[in-house]
Design a protein around this ligand. Structure first.
Ligand SMILES: Nc1ncnc2c1ncn2[C@@H]1O[C@H](COP(=O)(O)OP(=O)(O)O)[C@@H](O)[C@H]1O
Ligand SMILES: [Mg+2]
Length: 256
């Protein structure tokens, strides 16, 4: 089987935490190799996975651009060089690999490189049956930079009214951008009293989401993150870990 996830939501809602825990529980279910893609320039999925990434795809693109401008590379070797640099920025770990997209291109669009980039990323990600993509809320990476199709789209939010509105907005944005997914899952993170907001079912129906997952606000998760500790080191019986485990188990039953 194969399973790809794209995680989105506004800043600070728990996308990176959730992404790292999805990687963790995919591995726990023997669903590997996993490719974890950090597609949020403001993110540090590498730290959440206990890694340190020193280079990014965006960095590779800039280096090749500069070398091309300096006239040191020409023609086909430009593509080869980009491919090589991107492959070099892959970080290998136990059961999963990691790649960071880095910053998107600046003002002067380097479309040639972006097209090559997309094909290289498509080629790399095609080698992994399991994918977890930690996205920014703009969805740009999903719509044109990396992939337009995933199995499971996850929108994360807090339980506030504004958060719920963002869910509806992001759902609309994904549709507008032509992002295709088989299932939509809504995650309400950091619940303090365990109760989902009263409007939740209305939001679920409005977005066509298959289910809503409630994650508790957990002191251990927060403490790990403050200490830059890997989410892979959380105890197996951590309440947030258990919830993600349930989710992965239900998806593997449905798709196997
Ligand atoms: N369920 C949770 N319980 C406690 N703290 C959490 C939980 N989920 C996320 N956090 C904390 O919230 C902060 C933001 O989470 P993060 O995953 O970085 O969000 P995002 O990637 O959406 O910006 C981090 O400090 C993280 O540890
Ligand atoms: Mg993040």
């Amino acid at each position: 089987m194969s399973l790809s996830f794209a995680i989105t939501g506004k800043g600070g809602v728990g996308k990176t935490t959730l992404s790292s825990l999805l990687v963790r529980q995919l591995l726990a279910h023997g669903m590997k190799p996993v490719l974890a893609i950090d597609a949020d320039p403001n993110s540090c999925l590498d730290a959440a996975l206990g890694l340190k990434a020193t280079s990014t795809v965006g960095g590779a693109r800039e280096e090749v651009r500069q070398e091309a401008q300096a006239g040191t590379v020409t023609g086909i070797s430009k593509q080869e060089m980009l491919q090589w640099k991107i492959t070099e920025s892959l970080v290998e770990s136990a059961g999963f690999d990691f790649i960071a997209m880095g910053r998107p291109e600046g003002a002067g669009c380097y479309c040639y490189a972006n097209n090559i980039l997309k094909s290289i990323i498509t080629q790399i990600s095609g080698q992994y049956p399991f994918l977890v993509l930690d996205n920014e809320a703009g969805l740009e990476n999903l719509s044109r930079r990396i992939m337009q199709q995933v199995d499971v789209m996850v929108i994360v939010s807090d339980a506030s009214n504004a958060g719920l509105q963002t869910i509806v907005r992001l759902h609309g944005l994904a549709d507008e951008m032509g992002i295709r997914y088989k299932k939509l899952i809504l995650v309400i993170n950091r619940l303090r009293n365990g109760e989902l907001p009263a409007r939740m079912e209305e939001i679920r129906l409005a977005t066509g989401a298959e289910r809503v997952v409630a994650l508790p606000d957990d002191l251990t998760v927060a403490t790990f993150s403050e200490g830059s500790r890997s989410m892979l080191e959380l105890p197996d019986d951590n309440p947030v870990v258990l919830k993600i485990d349930e989710l992965i188990a239900s998806l593997s039953d449905a798709t196997s």
